[in-house]
Design a protein around this ligand. Structure first.
Ligand SMILES: Nc1ncnc2c1ncn2[C@@H]1O[C@H](COP(=O)(O)OP(=O)(O)OP(=O)(O)O)[C@@H](O)[C@H]1O
Length: 267
């Protein structure tokens, strides 16, 4: 096993990867509490990357920083770079509203608007200026199909989204995110509030979605990370200590803390 030092800067290089997003020496503070202590990670296009690690180690904070969601939390400060197609997203010039069309997010609790299924998908599009009814209809259909929900809701598009099951609501939230045609989808434990059946459907949906999108997912569920992700990063105390192909992280971890975590000995 390799030795590690929490103070070291861990830079992981994997060859021949088409990187769509990466962070350089990213730090995040909540007031004086440094939740992210200098993280360098690269995310490959059209792959699923899982962020795992014990509670409170900074996974959600790091994920939220990737599309500047931490801006919404008072007292938060961020340093370092978040590079997306040669643009540093952590720069004042970035139009955060536009950027979030490219980098969408789905949260732990399904949070559809109290509107119809159809309007949940068209709401943001209309706010962005899309008025063509035929175009909106097409986007609703395509997004729901990609989120594996179309067959179940195609005859009730104008019924309330709140009448859907939890798993269906979460797939609607995924459809809502992909309707904006993002490049990257960030998901924070998207299946943790769901029953095993709905979890399975959401996982299948994500595996299909990676053909079109690059996905970063926080999960506490080790089996889920092993089932769906191509790469896994192990977070510990605000650092990313290990990052590799998922199979290697689970079967041949380099670091004792990773081994303990993936084998269920702590966290
Ligand atoms: N909104 C916030 N305000 C202040 N501190 C926060 C906030 N969110 C997280 N923190 C702190 O940042 C640290 C990292 O928390 P974070 O939620 O990112 O960890 P996590 O690994 O996602 O945890 P979990 O697996 O339990 O969701 C913790 O010390 C937490 O208390």
């Amino acid at each position: 096993m390799e030795e590690y030092n929490l103070q070291d800067r861990h830079i992981f290089k994997m060859e021949d990867r088409d990187v769509i997003l990466h962070t350089q020496d990213l730090h995040v503070w909540y007031g004086n509490n440094e939740a992210i202590k200098g993280i360098d990670l690269e995310f490959e296009k059209n792959k699923i990357t899982a962020l795992i690690g014990p509670s409170g180690c900074g996974k959600s904070t790091y994920l939220r920083s990737l599309n500047r969601m931490n801006d919404e939390i008072a007292g938060t400060s961020v340093s370092g770079k978040i590079m997306y197609k040669d643009v540093d997203l952590n720069s004042k010039e970035v139009d955060v509203y536009e950027m979030r069309k490219r980098i969408g997010m789905v949260f732990q609790q399904p949070n559809p608007f109290s509107k119809s299924i159809y309007e949940n998908i068209t709401f943001a599009l209309e706010r962005h200026g899309e008025k063509d009814k035929q175009k909106l209809d097409e986007i609703v259909e395509t997004s729901l199909k990609q989120a594996a929900l179309w067959d179940q809701v195609k005859d009730s598009l104008h019924k309330s989204a709140l009448a859907l099951s939890g798993g269906q609501q979460q797939r609607l939230c995924i459809a809502r995110a992909i309707a904006m045609k993002p490049d990257i989808l960030l998901l924070d434990e998207p299946a943790s509030a769901l029953d095993p059946n709905s979890t399975g459907t959401v996982e299948e949906t994500l595996i299909q979605l990676k053909e079109k999108y690059s996905i970063v997912i926080v999960t506490h569920n080790m089996q889920q990370a092993a089932r769906i992700s191509d790469y896994t990063a192990f977070f510990y105390l605000g650092n990313a200590l290990e990052y590799d192909v998922t199979r290697k992280v689970f079967t041949r971890p380099k670091i004792k803390a990773t081994e303990d975590y993936v084998s269920g000995h702590f966290g």
